[in-house]
Design a binder for this molecule. Structure first.
Ligand code: NAP
Ligand code: ZN
Ligand code: ZN
Length: 346
């Protein structure tokens, strides 16, 4: 067993506390990773605080994991000790259902992918995430981190990156398309960078006046502050695609009105309360849809794309003694644009 230190939440209302536990010894197909950095995703907070109603405690959050391989099982082919490796939102899936066979393991149908934390593995053990110093994962669910990428700034690519890259690729975003990104948080700033890098005309929507200049620097052709009235008129029925990255309850009908006929609005944000779509808002054959992270193959493609284009996250490093404050600042949309935990501060 690998003695592991981390931080765990023990209830929806209590602050996360230091937590000691054991990881399995690596099996023939497993890779053991010494974790260096883990990004703080808003999903960590939703789940630690049981906002989606599916939380299992104790919970060690964290699914934006990068580190160095410390051991590799006898049948491992992709990794050797010392390699830079990364783990995202899932650590297993059935590998046999149509979604798994298509490389869309995140949509595994039997009974669903195994989350990196807050899930039960095949043995019925609770999975623990990256707010910890070691993890052991089957190599089929481990990514290679390209050496061109700074490990700390790359860690958010494992969730915020792939979650925004995947729908942009799925809906063929590129030059000639007009894309809106709603919410300039961890996901939103990656969506903005990717949409711009793929060549689309990209408009950033934000509720935060303090983020307008940054949005331009990050690649927005236009930035719209959505406080107040009158900001919709100029853009009515003009967007091919809108990527909604907002973590809290908000009116999606306003944005549906900005789509062209046959346009698509994809929500990657998962607010606590159900989204309300007015039938009138989609009568122009508009689609309101969603998307969940991305498959393993696509995640590796996204990392390689980032290495080629020099794309990483804009991060603020933080430490475990400030975890509570970091979570509170994420909820207040007060981070530019992703907190990353330095695992050395455990
Ligand atoms: P985040 O960093 O907190 O960003 C959310 C952004 O939403 C904020 O920065 C803010 O942007 C905007 N916002 C916050 N409260 C708002 C409100 N009341 N009204 C309007 N806008 C508001 O969160 P994140 O880590 O990017 O995650 C975003 C959401 O995606 C979360 O719900 C998370 O659980 C979900 N998620 C989904 C997937 C998936 O696979 N689909 C994967 C990861 C995360 P401005 O300041 O610019 O307005
Ligand atoms: Zn996440
Ligand atoms: Zn499956």
């Amino acid at each position: 067993m690998i003695v592991t230190r981390g931080y765990a939440s023990h209830s929806a209302s209590a602050s996360p506390l230091p937590f000691h536990f054991e990881r399995r010894d690596p099996g023939p197909k497993d890779v053991a990773i010494d974790i260096q950095f883990c990004g703080i995703c808003h999903s960590d907070i939703h789940q630690a605080r049981n906002e989606w109603g599916n939380s299992i405690y104790p919970m060690v959050p964290g699914h934006e994991i990068v580190g160095v391989v410390s051991a590799a099982g006898s049948e491992v082919t992709k990794f050797k000790v010392g390699d830079a490796a990364a783990v995202g939102v899932m650590v297993d899936s059935c590998r046999e259902c149509p979604s798994c066979l298509d490389g869309d393991e995140q949509y595994c149908e039997r009974p669903g992918m195994t989350g990196t934390y807050n899930a039960l593995d095949r043995q019925g053990n609770l999975t623990f995430g990256g707010y910890s110093d070691h993890i052991v994962v089957d190599e089929a669910y481990v990514l290679s981190l390209p050496k061109e990428l700074d490990p700390a700034a790359a860690s958010p690519l494992l969730c915020a990156g792939i979650t925004t890259y995947s729908p942009l690729k799925h809906w063929n975003i590129g030059s000639g398309k007009k894309v809106g990104v709603v919410g300039l948080g961890g996901l939103g700033h990656m969506g903005l960078k990717f949409s711009h890098a793929l060549g689309a005309e990209t408009v950033q929507f934000t509720t935060s006046a303090a983020k307008v200049e940054d949005a331009q620097r990050l690649g927005a052709d236009e930035v719209i502050l959505t406080k107040g009235l009158g900001w919709t008129a100029k853009h009515a029925q003009s967007f091919d695609f809108i990527l909604d990255c907002v973590s809290a309850n908000h009116d999606v009908n306003t944005y549906l009105g900005l789509l062209k006929r046959d346009g698509v609005m994809c929500s990657v944000g998962i607010p606590e309360v159900p989204v309300s779509v007015h039938a009138f808002a989609v009568l122009g054959r508009k689609t309101f849809t969603g998307s969940m992270v991305g498959g393993i193959r696509e995640t590796q493609q996204m990392l390689d794309f980032c290495a080629e284009k020099g794309i990483v996250s804009d991060i603020e490093m933080t430490s475990f003694d400030k975890l509570d404050q970091a979570w509170d600042r994420v909820v207040k949309a007060d981070v530019k644009y992703r907190f990353v935990l330095d695992i050395k501060t455990l």
